[in-house]
Write a protein that binds this ligand. Sequence first.
Ligand code: SAM
Ligand code: SF4
Length: 474
Amino acid sequence: MGKLAAMTLSEGAVDFIHDAHLTDLLHTARPDAARVDDILAKSRAKQALTIEETAVLLAAEDPALVERILNTARQLKRDVYGNRIVLFAPLYVGNDCVNDCAYCGFKRSNRDAVRRTLTRDELIAQVEALEQVGHKRLILVYGEHPKYDASFIADTVRTVYDVKVGHGSIRRVNINAAPQDHEGYRIVKQAGIGTYQVFQETYHHETYARLHPAGTRKADYLWRLDALSRAFEAGCDDMGIGALFGLCDWRFEVLGLVQHALHLQQRYGVGPHTISFPRLQPAAGVQTDPRHLVTDDQFKRLVAILRVSVPYTGLIMTARERPELRREVMAFGVSQIDAGSRIEIGGYTEAGDTQVMQREQFMLGDIRPLDLVMRELIQDGYVPSFCTACYRLGRTGEHFMEFAIPGFIRDFCTPNALSTLTEYLTDYASPETREAGRRLIAAELDRLPEGTIKTELASRLNRIRTSDDRDLYF
Ligand code: SAM
Ligand code: SF4
């Protein structure tokens, strides 16, 4: 494909982020109690908020109002998503990069970075290590480099799906990689990817231009903003957006994310499947500008406001955050977390107990093993899930019925979560986690209404515990 064709934007592509308008909304929003309550009521009715309404919530500083927002997020999390938390692990494939993003340890000007791309055998060894602790869902991560083109990404995805150790298998491979052209998305789609994530990093144009030097590929704001529109046109209907919090005013970034979600929804009838909100972490060769760093309290507010603004979109909180904060923020509407994560290239077989900054993109806040995170989730009353049923049954995009069909969570998500948890407890868990999980599953089964699904589920859980039957889903 020639250079010109490779830069074709989506049909009618527009830059739909108007900085002055978003800034103006933040300055003029009047968060009086009555208005905030009206907006929260709309959200409790599970309607997505406009950016104007989101701006009102972002402007609310009064502790009583902030508490109401946090409470609404907690309630929505319970009502919309239930107590499941989906688990995954990141797998960094290569850190060569042609870009020079000011905040990233992989930037090309960081001469101290240890550059490496996993060979096929090394990739297989990483996946084996992940399967041996019980992972079923991965996100593959790549720097931006001509050698990580769509065919390379597709090959790595296929390699990952082919690795099977004992009862282990990776059932869903998501991608976080540079934006592709239409053909590139078609190629990775054919390899069977789940979500394609591209983070805009910052929606603020001036900040974007400052942090992504002119002449680098990533300097093109619209090419990146339009990335998931092209993905949709090429047949990928499962998309993840995100902003890197700490580069610009956090409230501006939340408005950017909501605007982006609304744009995809309006244009294609499908919103993003997930929103990520990574916070800037220390990285090798990076001087962090402290002006816009997001405090823990602001972080809680931003997660809660995202939850109430886009009630139907999954929220991903990564292991960049510390364990205590992850535990607290989970309740505000997070639906997915990574666990047992290592992001040094080759880290799942080679890394020790401490992180080596020159070998990773940034420092993680939580490198506890998967089993420990599983146990904590279970003890806190969550049902950790490795479910991959919807994507494998084609329930994605506009067919993604998780929230649209009454009882969907009860009839599909909870049973599938309990099946995958039973697999984990049977094949991988420590005795303490197994015991905690056994009690949780008994309580969850008790709560399910009597009927064929409950009977079938009980029989399947028994088959998993007593035979080699695995991967049973509704
Ligand atoms: N290289 C591709 C790209 O830039 O789109 C793939 C993504 S990059 C390997 C993964 C994400 O890490 C980036 O999109 C960015 O949001 C995040 N990131 C970069 N530097 C970071 C830092 N210092 N702390 C936290 N997250 C960071
Ligand atoms: Fe490269 Fe991505 Fe890091 Fe930018 S964020 S330097 S594109 S790996």
